[in-house]
Ligand binder design. Structure first.
Ligand SMILES: CC(C)(COP(=O)(O)OP(=O)(O)OC[C@H]1O[C@@H](n2cnc3c(N)ncnc32)[C@H](O)[C@@H]1OP(=O)(O)O)[C@@H](O)C(=O)NCCC(=O)NCCS
Length: 199
């Protein structure tokens, strides 16, 4: 019988943290957002992992504001940004992400954080995961990938002689979202969710 523990991240977890994150995102719209080392932050953090028999199977990183509006959007009170939340695909739907979130919320409240923010791409299962845990959708914009001459032509031009762009990634904050979806093959809606955690 094995048991899963939630504990603070330690420096020696880094390799397993990276592996777990890569595997977790492989079948999601973030499949090519691969990190090869653990992200570090300028503000104080809550960095947790889920461990089973010495193996990291879940992770969560929260960066906590010390001044409102410096990490999260400018709203009243201190916020914390959920930069990473991932569970190994063999351990989905075992309640691991819920346990990581609950532990992080407890710690964040003790630091005076009143709300969490999380950005996620258009994946119904993940959006409903957030919504069922009380997160509210507050904003969104588009992530647009431009791939090859046909998509780049008329959209992006190099200012450097001899340098020809072949791929690009862009944020779209305009009003013609349907037009973007028609013109480009890979377009994601990137949504901001917020959870109030005032105790
Ligand atoms: C999104 C993600 C973090 C959820 O992790 P998870 O550990 O599977 O989530 P949980 O187990 O806490 O909850 C999942 C669901 O399983 C249910 N569940 C929990 N234990 C269960 C069990 N033993 N049997 C069946 N279902 C169970 C929960 O009730 C929940 O259902 P609900 O959302 O309908 O209420 C995970 O799927 C993942 O890593 N996805 C890829 C990375 C990603 O998209 N990260 C977040 C956005 S950037």
């Amino acid at each position: 019988m094995t048991s899963i523990s939630i504990r603070d991240y330690r420096a020696e977890d880094e390799e397993q943290w990276v592996r777990c994150r890569v595997l977790a995102f492989l079948d999601t719209p973030y499949f090519d957002n691969v990190l090869t080392s653990k992200e570090h932050y300028t503000n104080p953090t809550i960095e947790l992992v889920a461990e089973e028999d010495g193996v990291i199977i879940g992770l969560l990183d929260l960066e906590c504001e010390e001044t409102p509006g410096t990490v999260c959007s400018a709203r009243p009170g201190l916020g914390a940004m959920l930069w990473h939340l991932a569970v190994h695909p063999d351990h989905r739907r075992e309640g691991i992400a819920s346990r990581l979130l609950a532990a992080a919320v407890d710690k964040a409240r003790q630091r005076g954080i009143v709300r969490l923010e999380a950005w996620t791409r258009d994946q119904a299962t993940v959006q409903s995961w957030y919504e069922r845990r009380g997160f509210k959708l507050v904003d969104s914009y588009l992530h647009v990938y431009l791939d090859g001459g046909r998509e780049l032509n008329g959209a992006l031009r190099s200012e450097i002689a001899g340098l020809r762009p072949v791929q690009a990634f862009a944020h779209y904050v305009g009003d013609d979202r349907a037009g973007m979806r028609t013109r480009f093959k890979r377009v994601h809606e990137c949504s901001l969710y917020e959870l109030g955690i005032r105790g």
